[in-house]
Design a protein around this ligand. Structure first.
Ligand code: GLN
Length: 520
């Protein structure tokens, strides 16, 4: 079921194989009917993760990138809509030569083709394919059937099934229950899949007697049942699985020889994992946004702050504040070392964000604005420093007399909401002698985007005259990408999404600079 940690288990197994010098990557199957995650509400489904090549993906892709420290292309997030559209398109072109087009074999063939071509095109040793959903769901059936077929075509020495299950502990009896695992394995076997390995999520390490019972009822060898118990830091999961011998077992099942003792790889990884721990000092950050009811809405921003904090040897505490509930009561923002405004869409809660940017600017509190947080910082400056009447973003108030943030020109004729934002990585030119240059220590950076609106250059002279510096631009000066206020302790906002480039041990520079400023 969702929330069990399939993404973390997949990433951890991939990490272990990568540490053993295998060329690995991960694929996420999302059996829903959306073409991609772009149109999904982050509060219901978690953050939309943007890849370098402009995919709007499930947040698990972010986990893969962070664990493996490697970019994952958008083709690695497969949905039902993508498969069906391709099959229907081929049918319309007459490519099935008169055949009756069916789920088996046409849909399953398309699924297999995609998975195999990723593994082949990228010359991978091992591809980890994570299938979302719960066994027994109607939506995931064609995917599980395709995976079953891959196994029977390619043989058990080439395909392994790892099933992620739950062993809840009931407080009253304090016993680890095995029934959910028994039943979900039964369900899986009913559709022809016998799991090779079980990764059992539990609060405390799986007891030997629980393992035994699970093994007996599921027909999985006892050494192939793995405890995946709760830990404070998800990056410890590879170690936990490794301690139980998972790599050895995978190598044996794949009949791979010469398991390398990659101690150097482990040293490097352990250094990163060990840096994510409790330190003496804590930096207090207020994250003011619209999607605060689900912490996963900003999962990459949360991770980025933690990566940055670990490299400067401090803890970070992040308090999510609902911009809609601020109601002009700025006392709620007192006592924080820094304020971060992440991405967002639409009118609701926007005035609260504008007031937040105003509070940070006037009270000299370090401010990091991301995308929406960049745009609304410009709106605030336009209203309160440049004196532009009712300045706003055209997204929030289409009739504003001063649209300091306006629609990207190429967006004017866009009808479809899905996949039509400005997406993916673009080069940004950094201005000499700016804070941006100090932060990035480079004259050009590449960052990922996801937006429809941007700073309206008609207003640029007014802003510069009043002390704002636009220190990053793209597309030959057409788009403003970074703003900063040199007279402020740290006021830095970016049109792009730095959070998608942060990795443990390699924090994105803007987060690091923000926390350094907040710590002082
Ligand atoms: N809603 C804004 C836009 O579309 C900002 C998007 C974002 O924060 N990702 O431009």
């Amino acid at each position: 079921m969702s929330g069990l940690g399939k993404g973390v288990v997949s990433s951890s197994i991939a990490k272990l194989l990568q540490l053993s010098n295998q060329k690995v990557s991960c694929v996420k199957i999302d059996p829903y009917l959306n073409f991609d995650a772009g149109t999904m509400n982050p509060v219901a489904h978690g953050e939309v993760f943007v890849t370098d090549d402009g995919g709007e993906c499930d947040m698990d892709i972010g986990n893969y990138e962070r664990f493996l420290n490697q970019d994952i292309p958008k083709s690695h997030n497969i949905t039902t809509a993508q498969i069906y559209s391709k099959v229907i398109e081929s049918e319309r072109k007459g490519e099935y030569l008169g055949a009756c087009v069916q789920i088996i074999p046409h849909i399953t063939d398309e699924i297999k083709k995609r998975i195999r071509s990723i593994a082949e095109d990228e010359k991978l040793d091992i591809l980890i394919v994570e299938c979302g959903g719960t066994v027994g769901d109607i939506e995931s059936l064609p995917f599980l059937e395709a995976l079953r077929q891959i196994r029977s075509e390619d043989g058990p020495e080439n395909v392994l099934f790892v099933h992620v299950t739950l062993a809840p502990s009931l407080d009253v009896v304090g016993e680890q229950k095995t029934k959910p695992t028994q039943h979900s394995v039964q369900e899986l076997r009913r559709i022809g899949i016998q799991p090779d390995l079980l990764s059992v999520r539990c609060t405390i390490p799986l007891l030997e007697k629980t393992k035994k019972k699970i093994s007996m009822f599921t027909n999985v060898l006892i050494q192939d049942v793995f405890s995946c118990h709760d830990v404070d830091n998800i990056f410890l999961i590879p170690q936990i699985l490794n301690d139980q011998g998972i790599v050895d077992i995978i190598f044996k099942k794949f009949r791979m020889i010469g398991l390398v003792n990659a101690s150097e790889n482990w040293d490097r990884w352990n250094k990163i994992v060990n840096s994510i721990k409790k330190y003496e000092d804590t930096i207090k950050i207020a994250m003011v946004g619209k999607y605060v009811t689900l912490a996963d809405s900003y999962v990459s921003v949360n991770h980025s702050l933690k990566h940055a904090a670990a490299t400067i040897g401090k803890n970070v505490s992040i308090e999510l504040i609902d911009s809609e509930n601020l109601n002009g009561d700025m006392t709620k923002l007192g006592g924080f070392d820094g304020i971060l405004v992440p991405g967002g869409f639409g009118t609701r809660g926007s005035e609260g964000i504008i007031k937040t940017a105003n509070f940070a600017r006037e009270k000299n509190v370090p401010y990091l604005g991301i995308c929406f947080g960049f745009q609304l910082a410009a709106v605030e400056f336009g209203r309160n420093v440049c004196g532009l009447d009712n300045a706003n973003s055209a997204e929030i108030e289409p009739k504003t007399p001063n649209p300091v943030i306006d629609l990207l020109p190429e967006q004017k004729d866009v009808d479809n909401m899905g996949g039509s934002l400005r997406l993916g990585a673009n080069d940004i030119i950094i201005k000499d002698n700016s804070l941006a240059q100090k932060i990035y220590n480079s004259s050009v950076i590449s960052k990922r985007h996801r937006h429809r609106f941007e700073f309206n250059k008609q207003y640029i002279d007014k802003f510069i005259e009043k002390g704002m510096v636009f220190s990053g631009e793209s597309d030959n000066g057409k788009r403003m990408e970074i703003l900063e206020i040199p007279s402020h302790k740290f006021f830095f906002a970016v049109q792009f999404h730095p959070e998608f480039n942060s990795r443990p041990g390699f924090p994105e520079d803007a987060f690091k600079a923000f926390l350094e400023a907040a710590a002082n």
